[in-house]
Design a binder for this molecule. Structure first.
Ligand SMILES: [Ca+2]
Ligand SMILES: [Ca+2]
Ligand SMILES: [Ca+2]
Length: 247
């Protein structure tokens, strides 16, 4: 068994690559009529002839199988849009966590990053449940649907989003965010439990990332994790220790 350290090293490396290779997809949809009902994954409101009468969808794909941005292993692709022709998209906020900044995003295509950090209800996000830390994306042109992609050093966790239309439409703003109730009537998704916008007490699921949606949440870039390269170094160290003990 002279090759035991090598076998251990290979096993750990294989395990690390299996663990790190992941792709998750999911979506949340609202379908009319208003108001949002039990089958909807989004809360949608606004001018009755616009977003509330359209189908509105957010979908996502998160993967670490694209290694084109070294140091930023997670590739996030989102599509948000509606089925109508009026009330184009102003912007969409994807939740992060305290400390998230432009430095956590590289290789962005399909949108501009107009803000990174604290996003408040008062800064142009009417009826957003409460303030949150996140990334605010704007479309590249006047569109009713947008797909954008970026790479991040932050791994996917469960979180929330908010989107709105441009300008006021018939004195109102069309908006959407992830929300619904479970069978017992308990509220799930993007919440404001203490009814105070500036005290951020929404709680997100801590379960690992997975396919689909969890309790009307989406996958968002959050805390930094060790890269596969770090795991490989750990494996090398473990194998080296084994070798020394044998001698
Ligand atoms: Ca949240
Ligand atoms: Ca939440
Ligand atoms: Ca609150």
């Amino acid at each position: 068994m002279r090759n035991l350290p090598l076998i251990i090293l290979l096993a750990v490396l294989c395990f690390a690559s299996v663990v790190s290779a992941a792709t998750y997809t999911g979506s949340l949809t609202y379908t009319p009529p208003a108001p949002p009902g039990t089958t909807d994954g989004l809360f949608v409101s606004g001018y009755s002839a616009q977003w509330p009468s359209y189908t509105v969808t957010l979908s996502w794909t998160v993967t670490d199988t694209d290694n084109s941005q070294p140091g930023y292993p997670w590739k996030y692709t989102y599509t948000f849009g509606h089925s109508g022709s009026d009330a184009t998209i102003s912007h969409i906020i994807i939740e992060g966590s305290q400390g998230i900044s432009e430095a956590n995003v590289v290789g962005l295509t399909g949108a501009t990053l107009s803000s990174a950090g604290l996003q408040t209800v008062l800064s142009g996000n009417p009826d957003m449940p409460e303030d949150l830390y996140g990334l605010r994306f704007n479309p590249l042109s006047t569109v009713t649907s947008m797909t954008w992609t970026f790479f991040s050093d932050r791994q996917p966790v469960w979180g929330d989003f908010y989107a709105r239309c441009g300008n006021k439409q018939n004195l109102g703003v069309n908006l959407a965010y992830n929300y619904n109730k479970d069978g017992s009537g308990a509220e799930l998704g993007f919440l404001d439990p203490n009814s105070n916008n500036t005290v951020r007490d929404d709680v997100d699921p801590s379960a690992p990332a997975a396919n689909g949606s969890l309790n009307f949440h989406i996958l968002v870039p959050d805390s930094v994790v060790p890269e596969p390269g770090t795991l490989s170094l750990l494996a090398l160290g473990a194998a080296g220790l084994w070798n020394r003990r044998r001698k």
